[in-house]
Design a protein around this ligand. Structure first.
Ligand SMILES: [Zn+2]
Length: 388
């Protein structure tokens, strides 16, 4: 192994809690004690590892133990909930150490949105513990992105926003700026948290304020690096109803099924319904969805599109997210639809699950790559550190 690989191995060993002394490190990695001391010295002088000395009990030398400095780097992820931007800051254990939100007005243009994002970042950075270094800000957003150019091209939630350059908007921040489609982040986080097998193909379907999907084949999320994929909410139904959609077209799937389109009509059947994703999930889980004609029709169309998607992708697993699928009857309709859509008698059953509304998966999925690369760069640069 190269010196850098050794250094990384030492860092990971202590981070995982598998070694707390030089002796344990040497044993685990079969390294000589002088080599271990040098590597540990590098990591300690970069403040990646910390050395803790406890006074001796009685006679003898003080005992020293090593610990990983989880507060060495922070990452901030900015997500969208309904029409609010929510920022979560995490340390290297992905524990949330700061949280702020801001609600840009519905008619926010590029300038106003950029101002809102900057304000949100400043407020979140202020909450960070002293001495922690901000490594990345990742924007986990909905709509159409141009990831290579860091552009937020379009979102139906703020229709006046167009091709907002997020790297430029946050150019005063001394850290990496990344963007990711929120559904890609959620799927990626679920795969990390649930330790999915690499060869498993997964389709994530979100049905809520908007409708969209993300797909992972052989451990790779399709089109993740471009930031646009599977905009099934804007697939045309061709039903000639002439219903305008937020994207500027007519008769998209969203016009008969998205919360933004059917919310008011839903309230005719369920008058106490709150029309935001967070509250509506809990309320919808307790009603009979078939009482509402608009929901019955919406479900029919969403099922039709998703079963068609299954014939395109042949996923091993379908993960349903958003408020509607929290309803047990709606969930069972999905399970039945996938079973009856199977083309082969002996085809393995698709595993269907519902993901909770928590942001934890999205946070890990959005920050894992940039934050781990940030740590890797830090470990690399510690090689150059002088120490004694
Ligand atoms: Zn549309």
């Amino acid at each position: 192994m190269s010196q850098l690989e050794d250094l990384q191995a030492v860092s990971e060993l202590v981070r995982a809690g598998l070694a707390t002394t030089r002796r344990e490190i040497g044993k685990a990695l079969s390294l000589r004690s002088t080599t271990v001391s040098e590597l540990v010295g590098n990591l300690v002088s970069s403040d990646i590892l910390r050395e803790n000395t406890t006074p001796p009990r009685g006679r003898g030398r003080p005992a020293t133990s090593l610990s990983f400095n989880h507060l060495r780097l922070a990452g901030i992820v900015i997500g969208v909930i309904d029409r609010t931007l929510v920022a979560n800051a995490v340390d290297l254990t992905y524990r949330v150490i700061g949280k702020q939100s801001i609600t840009p007005p519905p008619d926010a243009d590029n300038k106003e949105m950029a101002d809102c994002i900057r304000k949100l970042v400043l407020a979140t950075v202020e909450q960070l513990p002293q001495g922690i270094e901000l490594s990345t800000i990742t924007l986990s957003i909905s709509g159409l992105l141009d990831k290579p150019n860091s552009l937020w091209c379009f979102t139906s939630r703020w229709p006046k926003l167009k091709n907002l350059n997020l790297k430029e908007a946050l150019s005063d921040q001394p850290c990496s700026i990344d963007i990711i489609r929120n559904l890609d982040a959620e799927l990626s986080g679920i795969q990390i948290n649930e330790k999915h097998a690499k060869n498993e193909n997964s389709l994530l379907l979100h049905w809520g304020e908007g409708i969209g999907a993300s797909y992972s084949a052989d451990g790779v999320i399709v089109n993740k690096s471009r930031g646009r994929f599977c905009e099934i909410g804007h697939w045309s139904l061709g039903n000639a109803q002439g219903k305008p959609c937020t994207c500027g077209n007519h008769d998209c799937l969203e016009t008969v099924a998205a919360l933004w389109a059917i919310g008011e009509e839903l309230k005719k059947t369920f008058p106490s319904l709150a029309l935001n994703e967070n509250d509506v999930a809990d309320q919808l889980s307790k009603v009979d969805p078939m009482q509402s004609p608009v929901l019955t029709e919406g479900l029919k169309q969403v099922l039709r599109v998703t079963t068609n998607l299954c014939k395109l992708f042949f996923p091993d697993r379908v993960i349903l997210t958003g408020p509607f699928v929290q309803n047990p009857l709606i969930f069972s309709k999905f399970v039945m639809a996938f079973e009856s859509a199977s083309l082969l008698d002996n085809q393995e059953r698709i595993r269907v699950s519902v993901n909770s509304a928590s942001m934890q998966d999205e946070i890990i999925g959005a920050l894992h790559q940039p934050l781990e690369s940030g740590l890797q760069r830090l470990v690399e640069s510690s090689l150059q550190h002088e120490h004694h």
